[in-house]
Write a protein that binds this ligand. Sequence first.
Ligand code: ATP
Ligand code: MG
Length: 414
Amino acid sequence: MSSGYVIVGIELGSSFFRGIAVRPEEHSPDGVEVGAWAKVPSAGVRRGVVVDVTEASRALVALRSELEMQLHDRISEAVVAVSGAHLASVPARGLVAVARADGEIGEEDVRRVQDAAQAAAIGANREVLHVLERDFIVDGENGVRDPRGMRGVRLELEALIIAVSTSHLRSLEEALGAAGITPIAFVAAPLAAARGVLTPRQKELGTMLIDLGAGTTDFSVFEEGRCLHAGIIPIGGAHISNDIAIGLRIPIELAEELKHAHGLAIARTGGKREMLDLPDGTGSFTRKQLGEIIEARLLEIFDLLAKELEGIGRARLLPGGIVLGGGSSGIPQLADLAKARLKLPAAVGMPNIKGGPLEIRQDPAFATPVGVVLLALEDSSSKRASRGLTRISLPGLPKDVSKTVKGFLRSLLP
Ligand SMILES: Nc1ncnc2c1ncn2[C@@H]1O[C@H](COP(=O)(O)OP(=O)(O)OP(=O)(O)O)[C@@H](O)[C@H]1O
Ligand SMILES: [Mg+2]
């Protein structure tokens, strides 16, 4: 592995904790070299949220040890995905008067208008994770990408704020801290998954990313390269397994096994005469019956996602369609069901890491941790270029969000 700094990205998923450590490498196809990757069974996390700090930190120690063994180096810092239904995106607007008498808009004005937009959007016990700038408006004139250096009296900002629950974020931080990991930046899981799977062209065209995990379904919608909406639905593959266990009156482990071995998203394609016998001889049922249970839960999830699209006026209106990621995207015919229910083209996407090991680039469940490191790396490389840093001290996010993440991190400092 080449010398230089390492960026570690972590997702504390509801079924697995995954970590990936990369180093920038200009000769590799993605500009990164994967130095280590690991997954360990999840603990202390339910529906994307840390509910038991001690348990979660134990699993994090196991993840860290595995990564350190592969890296032959210590890990003390990581960029971490934030999940859970408490994460929400809120459109916001900020307005300030330009400070300088000659009307030239400076960095300070931009910072103030970002703060104004944030203040308008968040409530008690909420913290801003990202401010995604959409549009600046100078003296009523829309469509300004960067107002710095322009002249005006009134500066407005339209933004999408991604906010999370302060107490959930603190629990996540505590678990990381107890495992000896300092979170140097937090990234909203749906944005990380989008960076991990979508192409710039899909983001430009108009595309919805759906990461179907175990405890959650993360989604984000992009158009003209910008995020329009993002959120997390607290239902995932674990609920499907529970439904199978209840519906067929079998133990949960067996339900999970059956789902993996014979699951399908469109029940009618499972033959009525295709019998599945339970290994202990206690019963049998048809593959179609199994499919019906899976399909019912998936339709519920897709209907909730359709509502999210309706809410932003994009139902059936995304030319780039749906891209699926997460472990549950392994369910056969999932893309066909998504296509039929959401009336949009749909396909399963693979992590954007062409040069990485097969276990990562062919596993859609790695979408989120891959996205975390790619976002962090993009931000750190721009900073390195300007400041000549050899080691990142504050990896954040792409240009449009990094400022606020720094602000967010600043607010954590004493
Ligand atoms: N081939 C498969 N067929 C059906 N389900 C699968 C398959 N492979 C994985 N899964 C399901 O995917 C889920 C795990 O997905 P993933 O690893 O993305 O979740 P996670 O990141 O741990 O959880 P979270 O929901 O918190 O993000 C489990 O419910 C598992 O049963
Ligand atoms: Mg996940």
